[in-house]
Design a protein around this ligand. Structure first.
Ligand code: SAM
Ligand code: SF4
Length: 330
């Protein structure tokens, strides 16, 4: 019988997010500090090591892998690794989260490499504001990337928007119209207190999913969709559109009971929960036993029972998780 990873709360871990780089061509204010230091080369997984991690997890019963970062598409050589991971026999879904900056160039290759769904981050449709939120990004480049992505045959192209009060909460309906016109989906995300940022005070810019939902409902009545997906979004539909609206609500609607995922950072640390440091370092195992999947698999098996029951985010306290989202892999 095929092996499964079951944690001590009976949750079947069949989904892994792998961060393929901590580097990025943007510096989003909610994700990073303005001045960042990135891991030195010898402390990050090589592409071969990333592929071994993916293979080990699929042999342990993982069926879905999401590649993320940092910005996955700035890692040199990543497209070949994506294609190799896409060919793993037990995988039913390979997905990617990207800021969209490189999609005009790589969108078609990603589709051919076996990526079935794309999440593209987009927090503003206003050029100046987009620049302010990303600190360096060019909106035009991302919009071109979205157009190219929509011309491929991806099963889903979804926009991810982190909504922040007083920063971009007035764009909820504009963003919704943007995705409706393109038959895309969107997830609105509550900002999480990961890493010490210097741009805004998270408690002051917190915008709950319920607030976003009520902005939308003044224009479009929403019906809850009871679809089962691998991610943490709760989905809603509109009667006059195929587009779906997801809410990722780590503060207001805790999704831990159904959590089926773990993460691997680019430094090779298996993180069992976004809101805790529980985990194990896989990099030494990869380097001590190169090419030996058994040691790697055994280390993963032994770690899974330590997956915490749930996260606790408290915006009234300074962040307890000091790693930034780009290091964690969103
Ligand atoms: N660079 C890619 C991107 O931006 O899509 C992939 C990595 S990014 C860390 C993955 C997702 O995490 C993005 O949708 C981003 O908006 C989200 N994110 C980053 N920092 C966050 C935070 N503090 N709270 C909530 N979401 C965050
Ligand atoms: Fe880069 Fe994505 Fe973080 Fe923005 S959210 S800084 S694009 S990793």
């Amino acid at each position: 019988m095929a092996e499964k990873l079951i944690d001590s709360f009976g949750r079947n871990i069949d989904y892994v997010r792998i961060s393929v780089t901590d580097r990025c061509d943007f510096r989003c204010t909610y994700c990073m500090a303005e001045k960042m230091t990135f891991l030195p080369r010898q402390q990050i997984m090589s592409l071969e090591e990333i592929e071994q991690i993916a293979r080990a997890f699929t042999e342990l019963g993982v069926r879905r892998i999401r590649l993320t970062g940092g910005e996955p598409l700035v890692r040199r050589g990543i497209l070949d690794s994506i294609a190799n991971i896409g060919r793993l026999p037990n995988l039913i879904e390979l997905t990617l989260t990207t800021n969209g900056s490189q999609l005009a160039r790589y969108g078609e290759q990603l589709y051919r490499a076996g990526v079935s769904r794309l999440n593209i981050s987009l927090d503003s449709l206003n050029t100046e504001r987009f620049r302010r939120i990303t600190r360096i990004g060019r909106l035009e480049q991302v919009l071109q990337g979205i157009d190219v992505a929509n011309q491929q045959g991806f099963k889903q192209v979804k926009i991810n928007t982190v909504v922040m009060a007083g920063i971009n909460d007035d764009e909820v309906l504009n963003l919704l119209n943007f995705i409706r016109q393109r038959s895309m989906d969107i997830s609105f995300i509550e900002e999480m207190p990961l890493g010490q940022i210097d741009d805004h005070e998270r408690p002051l810019t917190y915008c709950s999913s319920d607030e976003v939902k009520s902005i939308i409902e003044q224009r479009y009545p929403l019906q809850q969709l009871w679809m089962k997906t691998a991610g943490p979004s709760r989905y809603f539909g509109m009667s006059d559109s195929n587009s779906r609206i997801g809410f990722i609500s780590p503060h207001s609607h805790n999704f831990c009971a159904s959590c089926n995922r773990v993460r691997v950072t680019v430094g090779g640390r298996l993180l069992l929960c976004l809101g805790h440091e529980h985990g194990v370092d896989l990099l030494p195992v990869l380097r001590l036993y190169p090419g030996d999947l058994e040691h790697l698999k055994q280390t993963i098996r032994e770690a899974i029972p330590n997956k915490p029951e749930r996260h606790y985010f408290d915006l009234s306290e300074p962040p307890t998780i000091l790693r930034f989202m780009n290091a964690t892999g969103g």
